[in-house]
Design a protein around this ligand. Structure first.
Ligand code: GLA
Length: 724
C-alpha cells in the first residue's frame, strides 16, 4: 500500500469511508493502531500511549497480531470467531472490506471496520467507540449471516487484544454471596488462563466481569502500565488469556460461548456485548479515575445527579411489618434527615402471602393484610414528611408457591425429565419467551404507573441458572438460552429506563451478583453486597471501585452485631464506611439510644455537605487493605477545593509507628484547612494535633500526615477545605 495514503495521524479521524493501511483508534492519550496488511487481513500493530506520527511506524516492521482471529485455517490458538458455515465448512478467513469513522458529539469517535469471509457470505463489523477525554475504548462486534442457510457460531468474542511484554500479571475479582469483589493477582505462564462465569443469571456472584492486566510487573497504584477491561454484560462471560510459545499474550473477551452455540439464521445479526477498556501508564489509580469519569458521563444512569440518602427496612424488619410499623419508620427516617424510604421484600402476594422467601414471588399485588391501604398510603405518608418513596421488586423470578406459577408452569427455565432445582425456593422466568419478556416489563411498568410517586426501585435477582432448558426455544436453539436471556433482559431494562428516566433504579442481585456496564446504563445505583459488616465492606467497596463509580455504590449502616458475621462495630465506624460511598441505613432509628440517634442525625447532615465530593470526586487510593494494617483513600472534587480522607484500621496495632502517608490529587499551590468529621464528641481524638490547621497542598502531598490508630476497626475521617 502506498505511503501517501497515510495522510492522517492519531489526531485525525474522518467521517468518510476510505481504504487505508492504518486505522488508528485514538483517545486523548492512547492509541490502538490497526493495520490492513498486504493480504487484506486486519491486524493490531500497536496499543499504548498515543503516538504523534503514525507514518513513522512504517520505517520498521512492527510486529502485528490478528485483530480478530478466526478458526480453521492457519491460526493455531484460541480464536475470537469460530463459525461453521452453512455447508458445514468449519473455517473462517476474514478480509478487510472498508471502514468508516465518525464523530459523535465532541467527545466520541465511532469507527466501524467491515470484514468479510473470503469465500462465504459471512460479514463481521468491528465497532469501536473512542471516548476522547477519559481514554476509554468500547468495542463490540456484529456478525451477519448472508448465506442461504443457518451458520453455527461456536465462539463470538467481543474483543481480541494482543500484547508482547516480558511478563504478564492479571488481577481479577471474585467471591460469593456476602463476600464479593476480592482481588487476586497472578502471573500468567505459558498456556491458558480463563476467568469466566457460567451462571447465566446473577452471573457475577462468583466472578465479576472485569480484569486488570499489568505488563512486566505486578500492578502498582501510581505507575506502571496497566490495561483495565470490563464486559458490559449481565450474563455469563469469558476472558481467555493465552500466552503462546513466543510469549505473546492474546486476550479474548466476550459472552461465554460455553454451552452457548448460536444458530445464526439467514440475514440475522449477532451483536456481541461491549468490552470497555482503558490503557494507563500511571498504574491502577489512573485506570480507575478513567472509568469513574467515563461512567458518570456515559456508563451509569444519571451519573452526575446527586443521590438521596435512604433508609431501607430490610434488616430493620425483614418480612415482618405492617402499615403501622412502616409509618413509624418513615416518620423516624424523615426526622433523622433521610431523603427516601425504601420498602423491601414482603409487600405483595395474597393467596400466597410473601411472609418469607418461600411464597408469593411473581404475584405483584399488594398484600392486603399487611398493607390494607396499599402502596399509595405509604407514598402519601412519605410525601407528608417530605421524603421520597422506593420499592423492591424481583421481576425475573417466581416461587412455585404462587399464582403466577399455577397459571404458567411452563414459563420457567427448566429441563424436561430432570428434577427442578430451586434456590432460595425460587425458579427463574424464561426470558427467551416473548410472553415472559412482556410479563417482566409489565410487572415493573404496572407497579410504577399504578402507584404514582414511586421514585426509587430496587430490582433484585436472587438466583442463578440450573437446568438450563427453555420450553420456548426450539430443540436446535436450546443453547441460545444464556445469550438470549441477557440480551432480552437488557432490552427490558432499556424500555423501563426510557419510560422512567427520572426514577432511580438500584441493581441488586442477592448482593453484588449483577454489576456490569450493560445493566448500569439503566441503573443509578448498585448493591455490592448483603454483608454490611464494615470490615467486609472495606474490601468489597475497595474491589468494586476499581471499575465502578462511587456515585452508584450504595452502602448502608446496619445493625450491630452484624446479622451475617455476628461481629460488633461502633456506630461511628459503620457510618464512616457507609459514608465512604453512597450513604443509606438498614436499621430502625427507634432502636437507637439518644446518643446514637444524635450521632446519626449529625452524620447524615455532614454527609449532605460533603457528598458531592465523595460521589462526584476523583478517587485516590493511598493505602491498600491488602498490604497494610490501615487503609486510606480520599476523594477530591473537580475544583480541587475540597477533599475527604477516610482511614480505617483493619488489624489491631499494638505499637503503631506508621510512616507518614501522603495525600494525592489536591492542588500543591492551594492551602487547605483540616477538619475531622464524624468526631466522637466524648472522646479525645488522635487527629487533634491537626484539627483546624492549615497546610499547603504541596506539604500534604510531599511530607504528608501522621497519626497513630490502635484499635481494630477504628476509623477516622477528615476533610480538607481550601482556604483563600
Ligand atoms: C436480596 C437482597 C437483599 C434483600 C433481600 C430481600 O438478598 O440482596 O438486600 O432485598 O433480597 O429478599
Amino acid at each position: 500500500m502506498k505511503r501517501n495514503i497515510l495522510l492522517f495521524t492519531c489526531f485525525y479521524l474522518f467521517s468518510v469511508s476510505y481504504a487505508a493501511e492504518y486505522i488508528p483508534i485514538t483517545t486523548n492519550n492512547t492509541c490502538l493502531l490497526l493495520k490492513v496488511n498486504d493480504k487484506k487481513r486486519l491486524e493490531q500493530s500497536y496499543f499504548g500511549e498515543k503516538i504523534r506520527n503514525i507514518p513513522e511506524t512504517e520505517s520498521v516492521d512492527l510486529e502485528t497480531f490478528s485483530a480478530y482471529s478466526t478458526f480453521g485455517t492457519n491460526h493455531v490458538f484460541e480464536a475470537a470467531l469460530r463459525a461453521v458455515q452453512s455447508d458445514g465448512n468449519t473455517s473462517t478467513e476474514l478480509s478487510y472490506v472498508s471502514h468508516t469513522s465518525e464523530k459523535k458529539g465532541d467527545d466520541v469517535f465511532h469507527t466501524v471496520i467491515s470484514l468479510k469471509d473470503d469465500y462465504y457470505d459471512l460479514f463481521v463489523d468491528i465497532h469501536y467507540n473512542a471516548y476522547q477525554q477519559d481514554d476509554i475504548l468500547e468495542q463490540w462486534v456484529e456478525i451477519r449471516n448472508g448465506q442461504k442457510k443457518t451458520v453455527r457460531l461456536t465462539g463470538y468474542a467481543s474483543s481480541d487484544l494482543s500484547f508482547n511484554a516480558r511478563q504478564y500479571y492479571v488481577s481479577h475479582f471474585h467471591g460469593d454471596w456476602a463476600n464479593e469483589m476480592h482481588i487476586s493477582e497472578q502471573q500468567l505462564t505459558e498456556g491458558i488462563k480463563v476467568i469466566d462465569s457460567k451462571l447465566g443469571v446473577r452471573a457475577h456472584q462468583f466472578t465479576h466481569p472485569c480484569f486488570i492486566l499489568s505488563l512486566n510487573r505486578p500492578a502498582q497504584e501510581n505507575d506502571g502500565t496497566v490495561v483495565g477491561a470490563t464486559l458490559a454484560w449481565p450474563g455469563s462471560f469469558r476472558f481467555n488469556f493465552e500466552v503462546n510459545n513466543s510469549n505473546h499474550l492474546r486476550i479474548l473477551s466476550g459472552a461465554n460461548p460455553y454451552a452457548s452455540e448460536y444458530m445464526l439464521e439467514t440475514g440475522k445479526v449477532l451483536k456481541t456485548p461491549e468490552l470497555l477498556f482503558t490503557y494507563s501508564n500511571k498504574g491502577t489509580g489512573k485506570m480507575t479515575r478513567n472509568f469513574h469519569r467515563w461512567a458518570r458521563k456515559y456508563g451509569i444512569k444519571n451519573g452526575n445527579k446527586e443521590r438521596s440518602i435512604l433508609l431501607n427496612n430490610w434488616e430493620a424488619t425483614y418480612f415482618d411489618f405492617d402499615e403501622t410499623k412502616l409509618t413509624r419508620i418513615i416518620d423516624d427516617a424523615a426526622k433523622m434527615g433521610f431523603e427516601l424510604f425504601l420498602l423491601d421484600d414482603g409487600w405483595f402476594g395474597n393467596k400466597y402471602p410473601r411472609n418469607n422467601d418461600d411464597a408469593g414471588l411473581g404475584d405483584w399485588q399488594t398484600n392486603k393484610s399487611k398493607l390494607p391501604n396499599g402502596i399509595p398510603y405509604l407514598i402519601n405518608e412519605c410525601k407528608k414528611r417530605n421524603i421520597k418513596f422506593g420499592i423492591w421488586v424481583e421481576p425475573e423470578m417466581v416461587n412455585p408457591k404462587s399464582e403466577l406459577y399455577e397459571q404458567h408452569p411452563d414459563w420457567v427455565i427448566a429441563q424436561p425429565h430432570r428434577e427442578r432445582t430451586e434456590q432460595r425456593n425460587q425458579l427463574i422466568l424464561d426470558l427467551s419467551n416473548p410472553a415472559v419478556q412482556e410479563f417482566v416489563y409489565n410487572t415493573v411498568d404496572q407497579i410504577l404507573s399504578s402507584n404514582p410517586g414511586i421514585e426509587y426501585v430496587k430490582w433484585d435477582c436472587n438466583r442463578y441458572v440450573f437446568n438450563s432448558g427453555s420450553s420456548s426455544l426450539s430443540a436446535d436453539k436450546q443453547s441460545h438460552l444464556f445469550f438470549d436471556y441477557s440480551k432480552n433482559l437488557l432490552e427490558i431494562m432499556n424500555r423501563v429506563s426510557k419510560k422512567y428516566p427520572h426514577t432511580t433504579f438500584m441493581a441488586c442481585s442477592g448482593g453484588g451478583g449483577r454489576i456490569d456496564y450493560g445493566s448500569m446504563k439503566h441503573f443509578d445505583e448498585y448493591w455490592i453486597s448483603d454483608n454490611n459488616d464494615p470490615l467486609y465492606r472495606i474490601y468489597t467497596q475497595w474491589g468494586a471501585q476499581y471499575f465502578f463509580p462511587t456515585i452508584g455504590l450504595a452502602s448502608h449502616v446496619s445493625v450491630s452485631p452484624n446479622h451475617i458475621t455476628r461481629r460488633s462495630f461502633s456506630l461511628k465506624t459503620r457510618f464512616d464506611v457507609a459514608m465512604a460511598a453512597k450513604l443509606g441505613m438498614d436499621l430502625q432509628p427507634a432502636q437507637m439510644s439518644p446518643k446514637e440517634y444524635e450521632f446519626s442525625k449529625n452524620a447524615i447532615q455532614t454527609y449532605k455537605e460533603i457528598r458531592k465530593t465523595i460521589l462526584l470526586g476523583d478517587l485516590y487510593r493511598i493505602l491498600s487493605p491488602y498490604n497494610s494494617n490501615r487503609t486510606v483513600y480520599m476523594y477530591v472534587n473537580e475544583e480541587q477545593s475540597e477533599a475527604v480522607v477516610f482511614n480505617f484500621l483493619i488489624r489491631k496495632e499494638i505499637y503503631p509507628a506508621p510512616p507518614n502517608f501522603v495525600l494525592q490529587g489536591i492542588d500543591p499551590l492551594k492551602k487547605y484547612k483540616l477538619t475531622e468529621i464524624n468526631k466522637d464528641p466524648d472522646n479525645w481524638s488522635r487527629f487533634n494535633k491537626y484539627e483546624g490547621k492549615i497546610f499547603s497542598g504541596d506539604y500534604l502531598m510531599k511530607v504528608g500526615l501522621n497519626f497513630a490508630m490502635y484499635d481494630e476497626y477504628e476509623s477516622l475521617v477528615f476533610k480538607l477545605t481550601e482556604v483563600k
